[in-house]
Design a protein around this ligand. Sequence first.
Ligand code: UDP
Length: 412
Amino acid sequence: MSPSLAAYESIVNSSVVAQLRRLGKKLEGRRVVHVNSTREGGGVAEILEWMVPNMRDVGVDASWEVIHGTPRFFDITKGIHNGLQGKPVELSKKDWMIYQDVNEENAARLRPVLEEADVVIIHDPQPAYLLQLCPNRKGKWIWRGHIDISRPFRPVWKYLRTIVEKYDASIFSMAEFAQPLPHPQFLVPPSIDPLSEKNREMTPAELSGVRAEAGLDPDRPLLVQVSRFDRFKDPIGVIQAYRLVRKVAPVQLVLAGGGATDDPEGKAVLEEVMEAAEGDPDIHVLLLPSGAHATINGLQRLADIVLQKSTREGFGLTVTEGLWKGKPVIGGDVGGIRLQVVNHHTGFLVNTPEGAAHRIRYLLHHHERIKEMGEEGREFVRENFLLTRHLREYLTLMLAIRSGKSERILLV
Ligand code: UDP
């Protein structure tokens, strides 16, 4: 259960919460439906988990629907995801037909609620085709792209664009992802819930429990990357960086992640990671069950340095989570990581395993910098990447789009 908004007054100023309530009042009773493709696993589910109850808390009639699909559908949508993040992928006409058919099956179930809603927010490509299948829609439809589409593989975006351009507006996490589209585009970076199980404070006893369960040595430095097993998260690059550091310092590495129900590639990537880690007892590859929030929280808190060495990244909630826990983050110099890792302040941006190793060694030799950067990172998240800011921007956007004044607050 998500805490009530009042609980956040202990973390952000109470005027911030009061402002959310004022905005909510103007949208009282408005029906807002979020649609995505998984209830758990990955950043979108993580956000909707708090977004929907908090929208309700301020008076909006918010709900969350999840589309269902076959394994083939999720293979295809993972291909779309990879293509949008720049990987050359083959998608045939048949594949796009299957994509549309599965959306049609979901539309048959969801049409009444979607057509009646005042605002529909469709997350990512998987359910994007629903709009075309709801001809009697009353409300405004917004496409929320969460992935790094700064350099898409053109054929995939060319097709998806024909679907997305029919929306009333779209939302991206940063300006680099905006596309030539015939509607207003808003920039709203994601955020974390500081009171969730994933991010709440933990007791020393709880942390010892997580440490013991993962088999970690309390006396040696710890590097942690939490991610779905996805090639764009570059877990192999992380192992390479660890090995370079290991030559000079007795570090331990945790690569922790589970699957998302809409991500069929995880198993193959996990196997590659296991193979790369083989024989090194200080590389801990942890396959986590869904809902392992306290374990992830604990691992991030036990880390000396948090890594997120992605080669593409829509935003990277794991970066926000690490920063909030007072850890410097060494992250790939891509996508939304750039919004969060302020080079030399909240962490370091890197492009190669060698670059990551160089920064890890520097921090391990300058322990005072670990602490200073960690403190700076936590405040940076408090200012920019907590759910209160995120909710305010969604409410403002819904007000603007309702009154038709969205062009005036166009952020791109
Ligand atoms: N996560 C999780 N279990 C896992 C791996 C990741 O709960 O096994 C969470 C992670 O803590 C973060 C989110 O899933 O909150 C991942 O979001 P991010 O934006 O970093 O990446 P995405 O998976 O959406 O590409």
